[in-house]
Design a protein around this ligand. Structure first.
Ligand code: DC
Length: 219
């Protein structure tokens, strides 16, 4: 297979990461979770007790952050932060940190770097619109709010954080709102992206749908 770039965008909880991860294995290409990169910076901001409006320090942290993806784990400055970046505390702040223009620029450069010599599947909010406008395949995943919240609740459960559905619905709404309305690279479907409503799909169906589009094996 020639080098390919697959962009998967959409709001939180639509199953982007799970789908992308399995798809990458099936296609034997690298998977990059761009949301994890914004989460890493947010984790550092919280860990160092930096105010979210202290952009100078946040930019400095971002410039010096070494983010690596190894197997299923995320390493930040050589520390395994796979679980730490998924907590409700990081989740609640990540959209605010992601609004910072300079942070986005630094992380987008890193994202493009990963794809320089490798085929990649990358998921996020602006992959098909900004990071890789010429991606070979672009998908935009959608799903109804309640289903997304139930999925997120399960993710938090897996981390040992018990959070009510109402609280998660509020968190998702707030995050979608910030991600969609921000000035810099807002969450938007690329004109040429294929829309996939995952509300009534199980993961295998989502993966299968994307796999067939990419490998052109649709019947
Ligand atoms: O996919 P996720 O829920 O892990 O993403 C966390 C946050 O990171 C999301 O609310 C907005 C931000 N993000 C972004 O601004 N651009 C991306 N390409 C990916 C994520």
């Amino acid at each position: 297979m020639d080098k390919i770039i697959v962009a998967i965008d959409g709001p939180a909880g639509t199953g982007k990461s799970t789908t992308a991860k399995i798809l990458a294995k099936k296609l034997n290409v690298m998977y990059i979770d761009s949301g994890a990169m914004y989460r890493c910076i947010t984790y550092l901001v919280l860990k160092n007790k930096i105010e979210v409006n202290d952009t100078k320090r946040i930019i400095n942290l971002t410039e010096n952050a070494k983010i690596e993806f190894k197997d299923e784990s995320v390493f930040l400055n050589d520390e395994d932060v796979t679980n730490e970046i998924r907590t409700i505390e990081v989740t609640n702040k990540v959209s605010t940190v992601s609004k910072i223009k300079e942070v986005r620029k630094i992380l987008v450069d890193k994202q493009r770097e990963y794809a320089k010599e490798n085929s990649v599947i990358m998921d996020g909010r602006d992959i098909g619109t900004v990071v890789f406008p010429d991606a070979d395949f672009k998908f935009f995943l959608l799903c109804d709010l309640k289903t997304r919240a139930i999925r997120r609740q399960q993710d938090f459960n897996d981390l040992g954080q018990k959070i009510s559905l109402d609280k998660i619905i509020m968190e998702i709404k707030k995050r979608d709102d910030i991600d969609t309305k921000r000035a810099e690279s807002p969450l938007r479907k690329a004109k040429d992206a294929i829309e996939v409503d995952t509300t009534n799909m199980i993961i295998e169906e989502q993966v299968d749908f994307l796999f067939k589009k990419i490998t052109n094996t649709e019947v």
